[in-house]
Write a protein that binds this ligand. Structure first.
Ligand code: SF4
Length: 429
C-alpha cells in the first residue's frame, strides 16, 4: 500500500547519503588543496569520535578505494600500483590507495590530503602493512591500537580478564590522546568529545534499529546496495550532528516502509544473507542477478564488521568519555572481528531472525582476511543447518577476475535449486 507521503520520504536515505558522501569528499579536497594534513583511519576501530574532537580531517582509504571500483576506474589504479611493483595478489584496496598517493592524491571523487597520522587496529593484519607504506612515503606517524579479541567461543570472559582488557585499551587511547595533543597543539576538550559520543550513540541506536527492520517482510532495504550507502555515512560522519540526523531520518523512512508494507523488490520471493565483501566493480549488475529471481539480500555480515561493530548499538557514557570510548572500542571492534572471522556463528542467528531462504558466500581474491575462512564457515553452517548456500568468487576491486557470465550461471542454478526446494516443501505441507 502506498500513500501521498511516499514521494517525500521514500528514497531519501539513498539520495541524502550520496549528498553527504559527496560533501565529505568536497571537504577533504579543500583540505588537500590548502596543503592540510589529515588522519587516515580504517573502518574497524576508526576512533573518529576522538579525532573529530581535535578537528582532524579524517580519510578512510578503504572508502576511497572502493569508490574507484564503483566508478569503474579501479583497474587503472590497480595497474599503476602493479607497475610500481605491488603484487597482483595483495589487497586491492591497498593498491588503489598506493596509486592515489602516487598521483598526489588525485581521486575520481576529488583530492585526498596526505596523512600526518595513521590510526589502525589489529582487526586486519593488512592495516599495519598498509600504514607502513605511508610511513615510508611521508614519514606519517603510526598509531596501532591493539584490541584483544574474544577469549573463548563458549566460556564467558571473567570479570578480571575483562577489566584487564579494558584497562589495556583505555591506556592505549590515552596514548593516542597525547599524540593528538602534541600534533595539534590543542588539549582534548572533554565536552566536545562527549558531544561527539552523544551523536555516535544516536547513530549506533539507529544502525541497530535499521538492521532489525529488515526482519520484516518484505525487507525495507537491500543490505548489499542500499546498505553500502548507509554504511559509508555511518563510517565517514560518525560522531557528527549531520550523521546523527541522517540516521534519525533514515529510521523514519524505513519504519514508514515497514508500516506500509513497502519492500525493495516487486516480489520478494527469497530472503538471502550475503557473507563477505561486495563485488564493487560490478556492483549494480551483481545484485540484479539476484533480484531478477526475486532474491533480496535482507542482511549481511558486511553491515556488521564494516560498521566497526555498530550493530551492537553500544551507548557511550558522555559523562566519562575516555573510559567509555575505551569500552565501546573494545566491544565493537571485538564484535566486528567475530562477525568477520566466525561468520558461521553469526549466521546461526540470522537464519532465524530474518527467516532466510539461502546464504550467499562471496570470497574475493584480494581480501584474504575476510575470505580465507569462508569455505570452512560454509561447511560448518551446512553441518548444523538445513539451508541452501551458494559459494561464488569474484573480487571487490579487480574487474579482471570478475566473470559476470560465470557468476550468472552459478546464481541461476542456485535459484533453480531454491525453486524446486520450495515446490517440494509445498507438496509435503
Ligand atoms: S585485506 Fe580485506 S579487511 Fe584487510 S584492508 Fe584489505 S579489504 Fe580490508
Amino acid at each position: 500500500m502506498t500513500s501521498k507521503h511516499d514521494g517525500d520520504i521514500l528514497g531519501r536515505g539513498k539520495s541524502q547519503g550520496a549528498d553527504l558522501i559527496r560533501d565529505w569528499f568536497g571537504q577533504l579536497s579543500a583540505v588537500a588543496q590548502n596543503g592540510g594534513d589529515s588522519a587516515y583511519v580504517f573502518v574497524m576501530g576508526s576512533l573518529v569520535e576522538l579525532l573529530g574532537a581535535f578537528d582532524l580531517p579524517v580519510v578512510f582509504p578503504e572508502i576511497n578505494s572502493l569508490q574507484t571500483a564503483v566508478r569503474h576506474v579501479a583497474h587503472e589504479y590497480l595497474e599503476e600500483a602493479e607497475d610500481y611493483g605491488y603484487s597482483p595478489d595483495i589487497c586491492g584496496y591497498v593498491k588503489a590507495d598506493v596509486a592515489v598517493q602516487l598521483r598526489g592524491g588525485d581521486h575520481p571523487a576529488g583530492s585526498i590530503p596526505r596523512p600526518a597520522l595513521a590510526v589502525l587496529t589489529n582487526a586486519c593484519n593488512t592495516y599495519i602493512k598498509w600504514a607502513e607504506i605511508w610511513e615510508r612515503m611521508y614519514d606519517t606517524r603510526m598509531f596501532t591500537l591493539d584490541v584483544p579479541g574474544t577469549r573463548s567461543a563458549t566460556a564467558p570472559e571473567s570479570d578480571q580478564q575483562y577489566r584487564a582488557d579494558l584497562a589495556y585499551v583505555d591506556g592505549q587511547i590515552r596514548e593516542l590522546i597525547a599524540v593528538c595533543e602534541a600534533m595539534t597543539g590543542q588539549r582534548l576538550d572533554l565536552k566536545r568529545l562527549g558531544d561527539r559520543l552523544r551523536n555516535a550513540n544516536t547513530m549506533n541506536t539507529c544502525w541497530k534499529r535499521i538492521l532489525e527492520l529488515n526482519r520484516r517482510r518484505p525487507g525495507v532495504f537491500n543490505a548489499l546496495t542500499d546498505g553500502t550507502i548507509y554504511l559509508g555515512v555511518s563510517n565517514a560522519l560518525r560522531g557528527t550532528a549531520e550523521g546523527a540526523q541522517y540516521f534519525v531520518d533514515l529510521v523514519e523512512e524505513l519504519e514508514y516502509k515497514a508500516d506500509h508494507g513497502i519492500g525493495t523488490v516487486d516480489d520478494e520471493t527469497y530472503r538471502l544473507a550475503f557473507v563477505g565483501v561486495p563485488c564493487y566493480p560490478s556492483f549494480r549488475r551483481f545484485n540484479e542477478m539476484f533480484t531478477e529471481w526475486g532474491g533480496e539480500f535482507v542482511t549481511s555480515t558486511y553491515l556488521w564488521f564494516a560498521s566497526g561493530g555498530s550493530n551492537l548499538g553500544f551507548q557511550y557514557d558522555p559523562g566519562h568519555p575516555i573510559e567509555s570510548l575505551a569500552e565501546g572500542t573494545l566491544l565493537s571492534v571485538r564484535d566486528a572481528m567475530d562477525s568477520m572471522f566466525h561468520q558461521d556463528r553469526v549466521l546461526q542467528g540470522m537464519i532465524d531472525d530474518f527467516e532466510l531462504d539461502g546464504v550467499v558466500f562471496h570470497p574475493i581474491k584480494s581480501c584474504r582476511t575476510v575470505s580465507t575462512g569462508l569455505a570452512d564457515g560454509r561447511r560448518a553452517l551446512m553441518e548444523t543447518r538445513d539451508i541452501p548456500t551458494l559459494f561464488i568468487e569474484s573480487d571487490m576491486m579487480d574487474r579482471r577476475v570478475v566473470s559476470e557470465a560465470q557468476l550468472k550461471n552459478r546464481i541461476d542454478a542456485f535459484f533453480e535449486g531454491l525453486a524446486s526446494r520450495r515446490q517440494r516443501e509445498m507438496v509435503e505441507a
